[in-house]
Design a protein around this ligand. Structure first.
Ligand SMILES: [Zn+2]
Length: 263
């Protein structure tokens, strides 16, 4: 009887009294510590002359992987401001936004027929404030339609469609990803510092990599199927480039072809 009790005690002693709490949140990004991306943030935060203003649809917050927060934390304080609403300006942000909308230094990223490529903007006349609309495409269109102040802003577009746009279309969390990626691309252009893009999107890539490694990406995504050798087609050039970006620095086509084993 004594022996049995001792054994039971030994078993109890063997149990970790304080197992890791998966729900522990990071103070900064508010994500569970196991998926915290803060270590991938640029350190120190990047100082830019340009400023980013995000007009965020309320539904975006619920869906969001907090990529707007990645941008806010990646940039010097005050260089990325987020305003929420379905129409802008609104009662909560009238004072701040009206001033911004009245400035000739404010640009709106919106793909209208009048928008000019961001690359063609005279950078010597900057710095600029770039306004982005954060939401799904229908939400962004609705915000634009109901915010006449936006119609008067100089409109710009990005002409280079890169890997990031592909990520946006294939990820289940589309739209959430676009804010950071788009802002990073725009800042690289406005600041004439191509490397800014890669530095700013690093937390997102860290998050994507974690999700891929853990199969947490929506199960039908091409990345997930490829990772598990369930995707029937051979890797196309664009998808190869996407995986190249998400998973590492493979450059040659041979390396891209073998990414599905490595990723
Ligand atoms: Zn964190």
């Amino acid at each position: 009887m004594t022996i049995t009790t001792n054994e039971a005690w030994q078993d109890l002693i063997g149990i970790n009294a304080d197992p890791p709490n998966m729900r522990d949140k990071c103070e900064q990004c508010k994500r569970p510590v196991v998926v915290c991306w803060c270590s991938a943030l640029p350190q120190p935060p990047i100082a830019t002359a340009s400023q980013i203003v995000i007009l965020q649809h309320p539904a975006e917050e619920k869906r969001s992987l907090r990529t707007a927060l990645m941008l806010q934390l990646g940039l010097e304080s005050g260089k990325c401001l987020v305003y929420k609403g379905k129409r802008f300006p609104n009662a909560r942000n009238q004072a701040a936004l009206q001033k911004l909308f009245d400035s000739s230094q404010t640009l709106l990223l919106y793909p209208s027929k009048d928008s000019v490529p961001l690359e063609q903007i005279d950078r010597s006349a900057g710095p600029y404030t770039l306004v982005l609309i954060n939401g799904t495409w229908p939400q962004a269109k609705a915000i634009y339609a109901s915010s006449s102040a936006l119609h008067r802003l100089r409109q710009v577009k990005l002409i280079s469609v890169g890997i990031s746009d592909y990520i946006i279309r294939t990820q289940p969390t589309e739209g959430c990803l676009s804010t950071l990626e788009t802002a990073a691309k725009c800042l690289a252009v406005l600041e004439s510092q191509p490397e800014l893009r890669e530095r700013l999107v690093r937390p997102l890539h860290a998050l994507c990599k974690y999700q891929l490694d853990n199969g947490a990406v929506e199960h039908q995504s091409k990345e997930f199927l490829l990772k598990n050798n369930q995707y029937p087609k051979s890797i196309g050039k664009r998808l190869g480039r996407l995986l190249n970006t998400v998973c590492g620095s493979a450059n040659s086509s041979e390396e891209q072809q073998t990414i599905k084993q490595q990723c």
